[in-house]
Ligand binder design. Sequence first.
Ligand SMILES: [Zn+2]
Length: 101
Amino acid sequence: MTLRCYKCGKEISPGGTSYIIRIISISNFNGIIEPQENMDLKSLIKEIEEEIKGLPEDLIEEEIFKEKEFILCPRCKELFFANPFGKKLDNMKPPESIPPP
Ligand SMILES: [Zn+2]
């Protein structure tokens, strides 16, 4: 099987350098539930159960923890880390000159 960069599609030669980018999202639930006024714990649990009723278990799990892996070539890895979320760089200008190391 040929290994290809997920982003640019470039073939990664056998023994060539590539990177695995692993993205994990974990629910940032802080453990604090703020029940509505006059709602006891039993009613709150019942409400949560009603909300998730009918949803497949894997979907509920996915809401809490999700993991994905991508293979990138060295160039795409650098580009990814420079701006992982593709934010606009309108206010950033490249430097006029680069100081010597
Ligand atoms: Zn690439």
